[in-house]
Design a protein around this ligand. Structure first.
Ligand code: SF4
Ligand code: SF4
Length: 366
């Protein structure tokens, strides 16, 4: 088979995931930078996404290639985050092809290992995100990602939300306290596009945590350390994002609008379906507000706007609700308690990644 056909077959396989992978010059160039022709051919014939993961015995049988050769290809891919490996409860090792997002971006780029290959791939990925991938990441009315509110800022306000209780999927601490293991890895987005925000910020859980630590991409954290890290991220003005599901997600990112593809998709590419908003909104007490503008400066979506006094009108802090994603950073950074975050709706996400996948497809608009 011609080399270009091999990479096209790999693209077509990656294109079967919820976040589509349209063919562009940059994408095809990036695939050639990252995968050898042998690796591309190997992955192109992997099981269809989100179906059965495969054991090495199954792969050997399917391909008819010597076991040693398959082992060599697998090790090369796993060590670079291009093939995901996990152990089931009975100890069997399985392999699956990760999607481009969230998967390839997270596993391949967060390794933070600087090389000519990584730098070249990062440049091509960034251009691909701006020109094509961003639109695909928000192509459904059911977004695959969701904002997690700053938990510390949530206030139960009976007047506003008498019937609404804070549900487990809305609390990051719930995921963290009940996870078998937690690891922290470098933010893949800030590896691709460098900025001044902290780099070691993304939490991964369970099997993904094991995978990243085994590959030398991250290190385990205790529950206390993970909770402390989340708070430091809020202090740094970062927005927590995760998968739009009720079950424990595989990751919690802490995003900035200068580098992170989830937040940039909304703020820079103006994609309204970039991610689901949280069920919370900030409420401001104008009597207490000192108009210090901290909330205006920290808000990643410009939902808080300072309006100077004019024509005998006092200065004001305006709130543009349609821009608000319910992250709670304004409340976190309001030092005199004039802003609090309250629950205002009860949008319940799908339970599992598989159910979310079906919903993303069902509500796909292009
Ligand atoms: S941070 Fe608080 S006190 Fe300062 S302007 Fe915003 S709401 Fe007012
Ligand atoms: S106003 Fe801005 S900072 Fe506050 S919750 Fe909304 S998006 Fe977040």
């Amino acid at each position: 088979m011609a080399e270009s056909d091999i990479y096209e077959e790999l693209r077509e396989k990656l294109n079967l995931f919820p976040v589509r992978v349209p063919r562009t010059k940059e994408l095809m160039e990036m695939l050639k930078v990252v995968y050898t022709p042998e690796e591309a051919e190997f992955l192109a014939h992997f099981s269809a996404p989100l179906q059965n993961p495969e054991t090495i015995d199954q792969i050997v049988k399917k391909t008819g290639k010597p076991r040693e050769k398959i082992q060599e290809i697998i090790e090369g891919l796993v060590s670079r985050g291009l093939l995901y490996r996990f152990k089931s409860s009975d100890g069997t090792i399985y392999y699956t092809l990760p999607p481009i997002v969230p998967g390839f971006d997270l596993y391949y780029f967060s390794s933070g290992r600087d090389s000519d290959e990584k730098r070249k791939a990062a440049k091509l990925f960034d251009k691909y995100f701006t020109d094509s991938l961003g639109v695909e990441m928000g192509a459904s009315n059911y977004p695959w990602a969701r904002v997690m509110p700053s938990e510390k800022t949530i206030t139960v306000d009976k007047e506003i939300s008498a019937d609404l209780i804070i549900l487990p999927f809305e609390k990051m601490s719930e995921f963290i306290k009940t996870s078998r293991c937690i690891a922290v890895i470098n933010c893949s987005c800030r590896t691709i596009r460098k900025c001044n925000h902290p780099l070691e910020t993304c939490l991964v859980f369970g099997a993904v945590a094991d995978f990243m630590v085994e590959n030398g991409y991250g290190h385990y954290l205790s529950v206390e350390q993970a909770l402390e890290l989340l708070e430091k991220m809020e202090e740094a003005g970062l927005v927590h994002n995760t998968m739009n599901i009720q079950a424990r997600p595989t990751f919690i990112c802490s995003c900035c609008s200068c580098a992170c593809i989830i937040l940039r998709n909304l703020v820079e590419l103006h994609n309204p379906r970039a991610f689901a908003k949280s069920n919370f909104l900030p409420v401001m007490d104008d009597e207490i507000c000192t108009k210090c503008k901290k909330c205006v400066n920290i808000c990643p979506t410009h939902a808080r706007v300072y309006h100077a006094s004019h024509d005998n009108e006092p200065e004001r802090i305006l709130f543009l609700e349609e821009r608000c994603i319910g992250c709670g950073l304004c409340a976190y950074h309001c030092s005199n308690g004039a802003t609090k975050l309250v629950k205002v709706r009860d949008q319940i996400p799908e339970k599992t990644p598989a159910e979310a996948f079906v919903r993303v497809e069902a509500e796909r608009i292009h």
